[in-house]
Write a protein that binds this ligand. Structure first.
Ligand SMILES: [Zn+2]
Length: 317
């Protein structure tokens, strides 16, 4: 089966978006691929950008093969898998691509596992994305889109990959005695069934779901109680960074539901629907809050003090 047909079968959404934009010659300047094993798809986009043989990549010509072997002159690939992506790497890309083209075709930079970037790198990248230059294309991959700044997401064509594995994960979860909420939340939080099981075996998951509900309720309807309630419940019961990180990721899913409920989309927390429907918040306001929570989550991985960090987040939110 040709590579193109393989994508057509296994990643129909990816294939549709890609073939339409290439056919119409409306190719986005930046792609963000979400999912595991996204490098395969990322390479396919890069090849499609320079292949002269087909609308998408033929995968056989010299140019296609040079992308595969990383020997195409105007192609820079940085992987955040083992070490976080640094500002100087973004600056290097910028300086290289400011020079004239080596190949006389598209210049492509690929950042794999982009969620593993320093804040400074993300900010430099954002500036780069804000002023897209003709002929320069960005291809990013991530495993957890909640860890990528919404401001970056909004400048990319976001494509969710591997619908099959999510579907499979959901099917596996459905075999357990779980609520609809649990199945959607767990499948949003994790990619592996084992990670889901580890979490539901503890009391923590149930408690954190409730904390998300109370946080959003206090935030919009009892603002004056927000800080004290978080201090006396959440932070009293969960002092470790991993639990707080999990809480923040679950909170982002809750806030995202505030968008979804307005657009009649499927919710991650279906049983919180009536609360979410009462909330009156602008899209911009939700994005700002999600940004702040993601930034807090990022700071957790530094040496910051959990309590001070959460306090600061609640004052600003
Ligand atoms: Zn080719």
């Amino acid at each position: 089966m040709s590579l193109e047909n393989q994508f057509k079968n296994q990643q129909p959404i990816f294939y549709q978006i890609l073939s339409k934009s290439f056919r119409d010659k409306k190719i986005p300047h930046a792609f963000l691929l979400v999912g595991k094993n996204s490098q395969f798809a990322a390479n396919f986009i890069a090849k499609s950008l320079i292949c002269d043989h087909d609308v998408l990549a033929c995968n056989e010509c010299q140019d296609c093969q040079r992308i595969e072997r990383h020997t195409y002159g105007d192609f820079i690939c940085v992987d955040g898998h083992n070490e976080s992506i640094k500002k100087k790497q973004i600056e290097y890309i910028q300086s290289q691509f400011a020079k004239s083209s080596i190949e006389g075709k598209a210049k492509i930079y690929m950042l794999l596992n982009i969620e593993n970037s320093t804040n400074e790198a993300m900010n430099s990248l954002l500036k780069l994305l804000e002023e897209p230059m003709p002929g320069i294309y960005a291809i990013f991959t991530c495993q957890n889109i909640n860890r990528v700044l919404p401001t970056i997401q909004s400048r990319c064509q976001v494509i969710q990959l591997l619908p099959n594995s999510k579907k499979m994960l959901r099917e596996q979860l459905e075999k357990n005695d779980l609520s609809k909420d649990d199945i959607t939340i767990l499948s949003e939080l994790f990619d592996s069934y084992d990670d889901c099981l580890t979490l539901i075996e503890t009391e923590k998951f149930e408690q954190l779901k409730l904390e998300v509900f109370h946080f959003i309720e206090d935030l919009y309807f009892h603002r004056e109680n927000l800080i004290i309630n978080v201090q006396t419940h959440l932070l009293k019961n969960f002092k470790d960074k991993d639990s707080i990180r999990l809480f923040l990721n679950m909170l982002v899913l809750g806030l995202r539901d505030l968008f979804h409920v307005k657009q009649s989309m499927e919710l991650t927390y279906p049983s919180y629907r009536s609360l979410f429907e009462k909330v009156d918040e602008t899209t911009e306001g939700i994005i700002k809050k999600i940004d702040l929570i993601l930034n807090t989550e990022y700071l957790l991985s530094t040496n910051a003090n959990v309590f001070l960090l959460m306090d600061s987040m609640m004052y600003k939110i």
